[in-house]
Design a protein around this ligand. Sequence first.
Ligand code: C2E
Ligand code: MG
Ligand code: MG
Length: 579
Amino acid sequence: MEKNNSGAVNKNILEKTIDSISEKENYSIVGYFIMLALYIAATIIIKLTSGSRATIEIGGSTVAISSFAGVFSALANIFIVLIVIYYRKLGYYTAIAALILQLPMILIDIPHHKNFSALPGLFTDLCTIIAVTTLHKKNERLHNYQLRIRDQAVTDMLTGLPNRFACSELIDNLIKRDERFAVVLIDLNNFKSINDTLGFDAGNKVLSEIASRWKNIADSGLSGTVDFINRLGGDEFSLVIRSYDSSDNILNTINKYENVLGQRMTIDGCDLYISASFGYAEFPADAKNFDRLLSYSDAAVSEMKRLGSGNHILHFTPDLLKPERTLEIERTLRTALDSDNIFFCLQPQFDISHKLRGFEALARVKDENSNILRPDEFIPVAERVGMIDKVEGEILKKSAVFFGDLIKKTGADIILSVNVSVKHLMKNGFIDELKDILEISGIPADQLELEITESVMIDSAEKSLHCIEEIKKMGIKIAIDDFGTGYSSLSYLNRLPADLLKIDKSFIDKMNTSDSSKQYVAAIISIGHIMGFEVISEGVEENDQLDSLHDIGCDFIQGFIWGHPLAVEDAERLVLESA
Ligand code: C2E
Ligand code: MG
Ligand code: MG
């Protein structure tokens, strides 16, 4: 799709949306030709019968053939009227042309054949011209009125933008086409105070001004994506974004809308600076119908307002639907940080000959009742409420101190792998934090490994790369975690100066179900090796998976088959036994 032609594309979509809302008068052209043919046939029969002096016997009575001319004349008029009704402009011009063309024929006929019986025909012809002209005029008025009603049904009267109904029709259309798109719900911040202080008129002017700024962006195609902006009602707008490649494109587009919104607005002599919260959900990844998409983006907006953290854009995640549970986890995390209830397990990693390579530190949180929370539950919450650096900082420090002591005690040449989220990695001061960790734990840098996911390259590639290069300079290893589950791109992979590729468990689960799944894992391993990485398979549980991984040249194994996540004492025992 032409990205820089988004204005035209949107107009087209809007037209289609309007047409789908009220039935469009689009009758088949075949019907037109049939009616025209019937009209011509009736006219020819009139011509043949009107001058005839012949008679026929019907039920014992003698009937003049010429009297049938009246019947066919009535039929011809019906066809001409139907053409005008169904084929509006085309029908009208056809009817007028046909009727006017008949006039000279009738006029020539009268003096030529001294046939004054054609005079009523002339009169009928003129009356029909007047009738179809009146009919056409009325038809057009009705049609224009219908178009106006149709436009009103899909347009927001205050701003002129498409309304909620148009938005839902558009989204239904895109869903039918199975096209990927994002729905952004935009809620203006503190709009109520504008209404309260400046009045409703000023409030309306603000809404119109915002609408026109946003419409300009949508029509100009400046955002690089194809956008469709609507007003849902009140101070709520929605933006449908299409033709994007990554979440970066979505964020860029939203930033464009946010930037023009933030520019000064002078209303009734007052300078105003407006801001908004943008929550979005994607089809088909997050939801598969209009109501869900809208309510999920609404959940993201509400969460942002609840946190009041200064974030303006939030992508929906399923845990937003469980606000009570989220709040509970957030509370548990805060208490756990204060009361030293954040700890770690160590899951062993082995080379393919079962020699210990090292451990991955996996975060755990204990709540007030000594229940253990799993990271899949608390890591996303920690990320959202801005506590991830504190939680991970604890895990990094505690695991590094334990590991430093362990290798000092045992002299084992093993590696400690720690998960680091993008938000933590990008935080100013992360490099200093790492330096401190190396110093207090005494771990040689090349025995520490950080696990990052491919999303670091999607969220902010240049900044991430810079940070990863700094880490590499310190001598610390980099592993790419959960490889294959994100937007795996070879060009991203090629730019990442990593040491280890971790194939996600989902690929290992499937690898022996078909030859192609196995070939897929083999291909990832080959590509990893070509790029100079070592490769580890995660979640290995079965002997046949182990055999296959051995056959296709996988370097390392992590999985329940050789080791569950262990408490620190068990991990120490394993190191001593392996020595
Ligand atoms: P991950 O980094 O991919 O860690 C591997 C996860 O797979 C661990 O789950 C581990 O217990 C599980 N696992 C390993 N082998 C097997 C197996 O053979 N079968 C099965 N069924 N599972 C296996 P866990 O500990 O629940 O961690 C889940 C995820 O939470 C981790 O996935 C990681 O993404 C995240 N996580 C854990 N700790 C941290 C942390 O400190 N920071 C961040 N950002 N994320 C963390
Ligand atoms: Mg990991
Ligand atoms: Mg993983």
